[in-house]
Design a protein around this ligand. Structure first.
Ligand SMILES: Nc1ncnc2c1ncn2[C@@H]1O[C@H](COP(=O)(O)OP(=O)(O)O)[C@@H](O)[C@H]1O
Ligand SMILES: [Mg+2]
Length: 263
């Protein structure tokens, strides 16, 4: 459904951030994209959604295809119309609007839907949003704002939903709840999902396939079960040693040596 082929992205005409990024998202699947801070995950999503231009970034090589069509030079508004919706990092909601007004605003790209039905669908996934539907979004908790951000994306009825670090800053139990809902949306609404995360453990538990990126390119990919068994993934992304214990700090030299090899 979505394919990035050797994509290169440059900011401000000089800063090369994506250096031959390739990945594929098959229809109906959840694909995880893992990587540490600064690896280029958000840049990858912005390259797909057309939001790079707003930050003086540009796709300078390679191509991005969505359902067989090149989209790397299209405007963000065109790309939304094609059915790609990005949920930005940091749960961007309209803080001064109520929960329900935020959801209604999310449906602006859809002229042929029954907005009331869609709102009820979102409330079905997020009962807490229903309880808070007349509250101002700015006063919701972080977890509720993340739910609202995903709910707004659902209102746009996307074919491909891209989530940028939905677990960031949330309590572990809440993250599990949100990931379960993401999985249900994928199964029940048939929404294809590209899930960008630093939380490798949970991502590998919901994804059908996953990529690991470092310094602007993919360094490893595979099925979650295989990746969980991979020694480097266990060590660097799951924080486990060969015997399955949490890594201790004195192994840090070893870590650096192996990490250099990996990148
Ligand atoms: N608007 C921008 N202008 C210049 N450099 C940027 C911009 N946005 C991100 N970068 C740089 O690109 C690199 C990757 O950033 P990003 O895609 O946000 O990584 P991630 O989401 O994986 O943390 C970082 O080194 C960051 O400093
Ligand atoms: Mg990011």
């Amino acid at each position: 459904m979505l394919a990035l082929n050797n994509v290169e992205v440059i900011y401000n005409d000089v800063i090369l951030v994506l250096k031959g990024m390739s990945l594929q998202v098959p229809e109906g699947k959840i694909v995880g994209l893992l990587g540490s801070n600064g690896a280029g995950k958000s840049t990858t999503l912005k390259a797909i959604s057309g939001l790079l231009k707003a930050e003086d970034g540009e796709v300078t090589d390679g191509n991005i295809q969505f359902m067989g069509v090149d989209i790397q030079h299209k405007d963000a508004s065109d790309i939304v119309k094609q059915g790609i919706f990005q949920v930005m990092e940091g749960r961007r909601v309209f803080e001064h609007l109520t929960v329900e007004e935020n959801l209604i605003a999310g449906s602006y790209t859809q002229s042929n839907i029954n907005v009331r039905d869609e709102i009820e669908l979102v409330y079905g996934y997020f009962p807490r949003l229903k309880e808070r539907r007349h509250q101002t979004a700015g006063y919701l908790s972080g977890g509720e704002q993340q739910m609202l951000a995903i709910g707004r994306a659902l209102m746009a009825k996307p074919k491909l939903m891209m989530l940028d670090e939905p677990s960031l800053g949330l309590a572990p139990l809440l993250v599990v709840e949100i990931f379960n809902i993401i999985k249900r949306i994928n199964k029940e609404q048939k929404t294809t999902i590209l899930l960008v995360e630093q939380n490798a453990n949970l991502t590998l538990s919901v994804a059908d396939y996953a990529y690991i990126m470092e310094s602007g390119r993919i360094v490893l990919e595979g099925n979650p079960d295989d990746l969980k068994q991979n020694a480097d993934v266990r060590e660097f992304y799951l924080g486990l040693t060969e015997v399955g214990q949490r890594k201790s700090y004195r192994n840090v030299k070893h870590y650096k040596r192996r990490k250099r090899w990996l990148s």
